[in-house]
Design a protein around this ligand. Structure first.
Ligand code: NDP
Length: 674
C-alpha cells in the first residue's frame, strides 16, 4: 500500500517527513506508512469554507441526495478493492461487509431520505408558522440553513468506511464540506474509499479533504460555524472538547465514546425459551463480530440470578465454537484486534476486570489459530468473565476492554436489572430478550433516559431483527453521559446537526417569498386559468382558485349515507344526534364535505394534474348542518420535482361555510406534469 496520502485543497499530497508505520493486524508486518507533516491545516479549513461550502450550498437537497446515491453506487461497484485492503485490519469478510456495504447503504439511506423528506430547495422549513399578531400580518417561521464552516470528522479505527460515510452523508446532505481525519491504524482503507468517491468526479471541489496522520493544529483554526464530530475514547473526547478554541468559539461538538452497553435476559425467559437461545447467540455474536471492537458491543450480560449457571454454560459452549485466525481462510469466524498495542490494552483491561470478575471462558494469553504466519498478529480468544456480586465489582461498570470481552452478571429482580443497566452511566444501546411487554415497558420507564437505543428482541421479531449492535441510518446512534452525549444518524435529524435553526419573523408575504412556500396568511393570487390547467413549471406558490357556494341538503346526506354505507347516527338519527354534546343535530359526513369540495374545485379535463395521491393534516373544524352551504379555496402551497417529468404539488384546501367560518382544512398532494 505504500504511503497513505492526504487530500488537501484539491490535491493528493504525501507527507513531507516523519512517517509512521502501520502494521498488519494479522502478521505484524508493515503494510503502510503515513504522516500529516507539511499539511497547512489553516489553509485546508479556509479551502473548505471558501470553495467547498459555497459549491455545496448552491446545490439543492435533492441534488445533494442524488450525489450521495451515485457515490454509494461507486463504492459498491469497487467494493472488492476495499475488501482486499481491509483484511489487514484483522477483520473478517463479514466484519468488512458491515463496514463497506454498511457504509454504502448509509449513503443510499440518506439519499432516499433526502429525496423523500427534504424539499428540492436550499432552505428547510421547521415546524408550523406561528401567528404573532392579532390580524396575522406578523408571523414567525423556523428554518434551517447549512452552517458556513467545515465539519471536522475525527474517526475511530474500527470502521474506516462506515464510520466515515455515516458522518459524510448527513454533512453533505446538509450542504457542508468536511475534513475527515481517520484513525491512523486503518487510514489506508479510508484513503482508498475517498479515492473511489473523488474519482467519480461528482464531488464538488472542496467538499472533502482528508488528513492521513495526526490532526496537527487543525482545531486552532475552527470557528463557531464549524462542527467537530468525534468517535473514539472518552479521554480524547474530553481533551478535544476542552480545547481553548473549541470552548471560546462554541464550536459545535458531538462525541461517540466507548460505552458499557448491557443486554438483559428477561425474567420470563426460561432456559428452554426462544428468548434464552436468542440472548446467548447475540451475546456471543457481539463478542466476536469485529473481534469485539464495536462501540455498541455487549460488555455486560445481565441474567436472572437463578439462570446464571445455565447462561454461563450455554455461552461458553457457543464461544468454544468460534474459529479464530486468518480471515481469508474458509471457516474463520473471528479475526484479530487492530494491532499489537490494542492487544496489550485489551489484556491490561482484562487483568483489571478479572480481579473483580473471574474469567470463566478463554485465556487472554493463549489462542488456537487457523492460518499460517500469524505469529506477529494481534489475536486473542473471546474472554467471558463472571461477577457474582455485580454491585461489589466497580470495574465492570467502568472499564471497557475494546475487544471480544464481556462480563456475565446476575440480577435479583427487574428493578435491580434496571439499576445495573443504568450503572454504566449512559450507553449507546441496551437490549432485552423478553417476550413480556410489561417487562419491556418497565425497562423503558426505568432505563430509556440512560441509553440512546433500546432493542427488544423476542421470537416474533428475531427473524428480521438487525440485532443489538447495529446502528441504523434511520435511527439515532449515540447515548448520554459516558457514551458521549452525542447523537448521530436518525434520518433527517442527523442532517440538522450540520445546519443552524433560525426563527424568521416578518409578514406572511415576505416570508413566503423567502422560503419559497406559501405560509399561512400570505396573499393568494387568482389568475384567469384554473390552477389544474397550469403545468408544474408554471405554477407558483400562492396561485389559487376560489369556488362557488354549494348548499348541502338533508337529501344529500341521506343519499351519501346509503350510497357509501356510512349510516352513523350523527348523520342519520336526529334524536341521537341532538343528544350528542358535539353535534346538537344531524350533520354532514366529513367525507361528504371532502367529496363536495373536490367536486367544487376540480377542473375535470385531462391536463397536467396526473394523480391525487393523498391528503395530509386533515381537520374537520366545524360541523356542517343540513341547509348550510360550503365553498373551498384551493391554493398551491409548495412544489417538489420528483423526476425529470413529474413533480409533487402540495395544495392547501380551506372549506368554509356561508358565514366564512372554517369547516375543514387539509393539504392535498397531486402529481403534476412538468
Ligand atoms: P482515540 O480516542 O485515541 O482515537 C480516536 C480518534 O481521535 C483517532 O482518529 C485519533 O487519531 C484521534 N485523536 C487522538 N488524539 C487526538 C488529538 N489530540 N487531536 C485530534 N485527534 C485526535 O481512540 P482509539 O482509536 O485509540 O480507541 C481507543 C478507545 O476508543 C477504544 O478502546 C474504545 O474504548 C473507544 N472507541 C469507541 C468507539 C465508539 O464508536 N464509541 C469506536 C472506537 C473506539 P490518531 O489515530 O491519529 O491517534
Amino acid at each position: 500500500m505504500g504511503i497513505v496520502q492526504s487530500f488537501a485543497q484539491g490535491h493528493w499530497v504525501a507527507p513531507k517527513g516523519n512517517v509512521e508505520p502501520v502494521h498488519s493486524a494479522l502478521t505484524g508486518e508493515v503494510v503502510a506508512e503515513l504522516g500529516s507533516e507539511g499539511l497547512d491545516f489553516g489553509a485546508m479549513a479556509g479551502h473548505a469554507r471558501r470553495i467547498g461550502g459555497p459549491n455545496l450550498r448552491r446545490m439543492t437537497f435533492h441534488e445533494r441526495a442524488a450525489m450521495l446515491k451515485a457515490l454509494g453506487q461507486a463504492v459498491m461497484a469497487r467494493k472488492e478493492e476495499l475488501y482486499a485492503l481491509a483484511f489487514a485490519t484483522g477483520a473478517t469478510r463479514a466484519d468488512n461487509w458491515i463496514d463497506i456495504e454498511g457504509g454504502a447503504g448509509t449513503l443510499f439511506s440518506f439519499a432516499s431520505k433526502g429525496r423523500r423528506e427534504l424539499p428540492n430547495s436550499q432552505i428547510l422549513i421547521d415546524g408550523d408558522t406561528e401567528i404573532l399578531g392579532k390580524t396575522g400580518s406578523f408571523i414567525g417561521q423556523h428554518v434551517y440553513t447549512p452552517l458556513q464552516g467545515v465539519a471536522v470528522h475525527i474517526n475511530a479505527f474500527n470502521f474506516p468506511v462506515w464510520g466515515m460515510l455515516e458522518k459524510l452523508a448527513p454533512t453533505w446532505l446538509a450542504g457542508m464540506p468536511a475534513i475527515v481525519k481517520p484513525a491512523q491504524q486503518t487510514a489506508y482503507v479510508a484513503e482508498a474509499c475517498v479515492r473511489i468517491m473523488l474519482e467519480t468526479g461528482l464531488l464538488p471541489e472542496g467538499a472533502i479533504q482528508l488528513v492521513s496522520g495526526k490532526a496537527g493544529d487543525l482545531l486552532d483554526h475552527l470557528t463557531g460555524q464549524d462542527v467537530i464530530a468525534f468517535t473514539g475514547s472518552a479521554r480524547t473526547a474530553e481533551l478535544l472538547q476542552r480545547h481553548p478554541v473549541v470552548a471560546r468559539e462554541a464550536v459545535r461538538f458531538t462525541a461517540e465514546r466507548d460505552s458499557l452497553n448491557a443486554s438483559i435476559l428477561g425474567p420470563d425467559a426460561a432456559p428452554d425459551s426462544p428468548e434464552f437461545e436468542l440472548f446467548v447467540k447475540e451475546v456471543a455474536k457481539e463478542m466476536t463480530v469485529k473481534a469485539g471492537q464495536k462501540c455498541t458491543a455487549i460488555r455486560r450480560a445481565l441474567v436472572p440470578a437463578a439462570l446464571i449457571d445455565a447462561a454461563q454454560q450455554a455461552l461458553s459452549a457457543r464461544l468454544a465454537k468460534t474459529v479464530i485466525g486468518d480471515p481469508r481462510v474458509e471457516g474463520v469466524r473471528m479475526g484479530a484486534l487492530v494491532g499489537r498495542s490494542q492487544l496489550d490494552d485489551v489484556r491490561e483491561k482484562i487483568a483489571e476486570l478479572s480481579r473483580q470478575a473471574p474469567i470463566v471462558f478463554g485465556d487472554p494469553e493463549h489462542v488456537e489459530l487457523v492460518g499460517e504466519g500469524l505469529e506477529g498478529g494481534a489475536f486473542i480468544s473471546p474472554i467471558l468473565m463472571r461477577a457474582d456480586d455485580p454491585w461489589a465489582a466497580d470495574a465492570i461498570h467502568e472499564v471497557e476492554a475494546f475487544g471480544p470481552v464481556s462480563t456475565l452478571m446476575p440480577y435479583r429482580d427487574l428493578d435491580d436489572a434496571v439499576a445495573l443497566a443504568n450503572h454504566g452511566k449512559g450507553s449507546l444501546v441496551v437490549s432485552a430478550f423478553t417476550h413480556d411487554p410489561d417487562v419491556a415497558r418497565e425497562l423503558v420507564l426505568g432505563s430509556a433516559s440512560f441509553h440512546g437505543r433500546m432493542a427488544f428482541i423476542d421470537r416474533d421479531c428475531a427473524g428480521e431483527s438487525t440485532g443489538h449492535g447495529s446502528p441504523l441510518p434511520v435511527l439515532t446512534h449515540g447515548g448520554p453521559g459516558r457514551a458521549g452525549g452525542g447523537e448521530e444518524l436518525g434520518g433527517i435529524r442527523a442532517v440538522k446537526h450540520f445546519m443552524q435553526r433560525t426563527a424568521l419573523q416578518g409578514s406572511p408575504a415576505m416570508l413566503s417569498k423567502v422560503v419559497g412556500q406559501q405560509l399561512a396568511g400570505a396573499p393568494i393570487v387568482e389568475g384567469d386559468r384554473h390552477p389544474f390547467r397550469l403545468r408544474f413549471g408554471e405554477l407558483e406558490p400562492g396561485y389559487s382558485v376560489q369556488t362557488k357556494f354549494r348548499k348541502v341538503t338533508l337529501e344529500d346526506i341521506e343519499h351519501f349515507a346509503h350510497f357509501t354505507g356510512d349510516t352513523f347516527y350523527a348523520h342519520m338519527d336526529e334524536e341521537a344526534a341532538k343528544a350528542s354534546p358535539i353535534f346538537g343535530g344531524r350533520v354532514a359526513h366529513g367525507y361528504l364535505i371532502l367529496s363536495f369540495a373536490a367536486g367544487l374545485f376540480v377542473d375535470p379535463a385531462p391536463g397536467p394534474v396526473l394523480a391525487n395521491y393523498g391528503l395530509e393534516g386533515l381537520r374537520f373544524v366545524k360541523p356542517l348542518k343540513p341547509g348550510e352551504s360550503m365553498k373551498a379555496v384551493l391554493t398551491a402551497k409548495s412544489k417538489t420535482l420528483k423526476t425529470p417529468d413529474m413533480g409533487e404539488v402540495r395544495w392547501n384546501v380551506r372549506v368554509t361555510n356561508q358565514d366564512d367560518e372554517l369547516v375543514a382544512t387539509y393539504d392535498l398532494l397531486t402529481m403534476n406534469a412538468v
